[in-house]
Design a protein around this ligand. Structure first.
Ligand code: PEP
Length: 262
């Protein structure tokens, strides 16, 4: 059985005082989800605070983005090697808010695919676990292009990096229409897409596909996590808004834990 992962993406939220409360509440409940991998993704300026709070716990951490370069004249960027100074384990790559909001919309799709592949490569070569986010836009969803879009992303990633690299990575299916909208995919929809993703990877390598964790992200809350996580190809969640509320986030982690216990 694949070990579930629940990842909390704080996006551009937080303050030193607020983080302290949130971290304390999550830590106080951490023994209620011992069989689940849990990771938090604060804004990079809070990495030190998160590292200090979580270093002796079963909760890991990472960043919301990483540069595809090692160092140099890249103002505002953060390199993979810098993340080691903060003992980061994971990094999010290709989150739709980065794809859509940060010039990346202006980029040719092929250039964007290349940048994401380079970031992925950088993370793997630096020993970080990339969580690659892919999902269809509302427009693509409306015209039934989900599998076409997801399949294309997966093929490009595998062709650039080799299928075996996915054994050191995590995939997240994040339909853009579900992110921050309160409109989660149904468990059945998520299962269908996750199963399609796993089969696509299996065309290249069955063993890698079977071991690959595929998270669902998009308006997961305490009250809808359990049915999503009950699906056989849903290996946990990437949680945005609800990761800022300790009660909600802990409930989500506990739903993943119940799934492990059966
Ligand atoms: C996300 O930021 O990856 C996300 C899934 O957000 P939300 O849970 O708020 O939809």
């Amino acid at each position: 059985m694949r070990k579930p992962l629940v990842a909390g993406n704080w996006k551009m939220n937080g303050s030193s005082a607020g983080n302290k409360l949130l971290l304390n509440e999550i830590l106080a409940a951490a023994n209620s989800f011992p069989s689940v991998d849990v990771a938090l993704f604060p804004p990079a300026v809070y990495l030190h605070q998160v590292q200090q709070a979580l270093k002796d716990s079963n909760v890991a951490w990472g960043t919301q983005n990483v540069s595809s370069y090692h160092q140099g004249a890249y103002t505002g960027e953060i390199s993979a090697t810098m993340l080691h100074d903060f003992d980061c384990k994971y990094v999010l790559i290709g989150h739709s808010e980065r794809r859509c909001l940060y010039a990346e919309l202006e980029l040719d799709q092929l250039v964007l695919d290349r940048i994401i592949a380079e970031k992925y490569n950088m993370a793997i070569s630096e020993g970080l676990i990339p969580i690659i986010c892919i999902g269809e836009s509302p427009e693509e969803h409306a015209v039934g292009k989900t599998e076409e879009v997801i399949g294309r992303h997966l093929d490009i990633l595998i062709e650039h990096q080799g299928v075996k690299s996915l054994s050191q990575a995590v995939l997240a299916y994040e339909p853009v229409w579900a992110i921050g909208t309160g409109r989660s995919a149904t468990p059945e929809w998520a299962q269908d897409v996750h199963s399609f993703m796993r089969e696509r990877v299996a065309k290249y390598d069955v063993e890698t596909a079977q071991g690959l964790r595929i998270l669902y992200g998009g308006s997961v809350k305490g009250n809808n996590a359990a049915p999503l996580f009950s699906k056989p190809d849903v290996d946990g969640g990437l949680i945005g808004g609800a990761s800022l509320d300790a009660n909600e986030f802990v409930k989500i982690c506990q739903s993943a834990q119940k799934q492990v216990l059966g």
